[in-house]
Design a protein around this ligand. Sequence first.
Ligand code: NAD
Length: 519
Amino acid sequence: VHITICFLLFSPCCKCISLYSKKNPTTKLFIDGKFVESSTSEWLDIHNPATNEVVGRVPKATQEEMLAAVDSCSRAFYSWSETSILSRQQIFLRYQQLIKDNIKELAKLITLEQGKTLADAEGDVFRGLQVVEHACSITSLMLGETLPSITKDMDTYTYRLPIGVCAGIAPFNFPAMIPLWMFPIGMVCGNTYLMKPSERVPGCTMLLAKLLQDSGAPDGTLNIIHGQHAAVNFICDHPAIKAISFVGSNQAGEYIYERGSKNGKRVQSNMGAKNHGVVMPDANKENTINQLVGAAFGAAGQRCMALSTAIFVGESREWLPELVERSRSLRVNAGDQPGADVGPLISPEAKARVESLIQTGVDEGAKLLLDGRKVHVKGYENGNFVGPTIIGNVAPDMTCYKEEIFGPVLVVLEADSLDEAISLINKNPYGNGTAIFTTNGATARKYTHEVDVGQIGVNVPIPVPLPMFSFTGSRGSFRGDTNFYGKQGIQFYTQIKTVTSQWKAEDATVTSPAVTMPT
Ligand code: NAD
């Protein structure tokens, strides 16, 4: 079954790659329930970031193919939105089981195309799976409201209803979790969905689509197109698309928010980050250092919730040498190698960018406490590896502080007080996530109340909320007014219809026209 799926759908997983006769297998489009080869003449290569070998190709879908995909979504909408909520729930109950059954295959695809370690890739699938599990509570989540007897014989109630065709545009760094923030919630609410995965990591989304089809999702309820700017513009402009969920960089996210909103669509746009971890001198030292190292360098720092900036308050700065030693001990290797802690960056361009940002720190007067630029990974000399890097003595006006680095680089600042740390963070334009490490409840309370960041961890380094809550990045990290998943996710993908009805007894019939405003 696995090999058939691999052959039918997308670039092969490691296990099957040798079985391919074609060297660079093509990623299919998913249109109207069929996995079809694109007729485009424009293809992009997909690389294994650990070797830079080409492992597949992805098409830039043609205009006709994109139109066919959105038409399929439009045609499927009526019957899908009228399908009973219990039937939709059953499909997603089957879906969560199939994702669980295929977690290892999904993870292998992620590691092949994205580079993260297999254990981390399983975590990527698992955090998406939790959103699907939550979607299975749709029978409660979509309940409306009622207020009986708002006046004599009159009741008001609301329905929560789907809005139509919705679309998702995903980034490369979470090939499973982020698409799973999108189409399962949109679809379980009764919308049909057009998905555009990242052109660098499409394989996982294709397998997720196949599993959803196997779970019983009718043809046309999910369509998948591939591409870059033309596909994004198509989604922003097509009048049948009512809502866009975007996750990725600020450059793309601001653009999509503006263009989609101008065309009258709802847009939720999760973007870049610069997450600060504040280390108080009263923190549990062992716990804090381990948490910082994991959150700064896990996934090679390619997480929007990575703790990429540490602020050591007061005497906690004395822990820096230990932080450096523990970071140095992480093993940099290809993601599928046993014991790997830090995998490669997504592309040679990303590696060059990260290395040049490290150099700006040196040039602007910071102190390189650990330099991962010369890391050597035996057997993977062509991979995009950068080892854990720590830049100390950083000032807020330095480039390495102002830019999102998105690599295994921890930038370290020092502060004399908690107030100084909070003020620094509140001046930073991003507001995705932050953490404080302390054993003092009053300190933690002050921090959570005064810091202007949407997601806060207290002794929790990567506080990504579980799906019964919502992902609430704020300020420069988010555009829109309704967040991903949780109650807000349901709100984003639904609209409210309000019914006010009056049923009078026959002897109470209105006998003359009332021309004044009813009160
Ligand atoms: P990206 O913006 O390059 O790509 C995201 C999507 O947008 C892709 O599907 C891509 O095809 C498309 N795209 C890229 N450039 C575009 C442009 N100029 N115009 C229109 N469309 C464009 O992002 P990425 O490199 O794949 O992902 C990394 C970024 O995503 C980081 O900034 C990271 O912080 C952010 N991110 C944010 C969150 C969050 O929830 N806040 C989660 C994950 C990643």
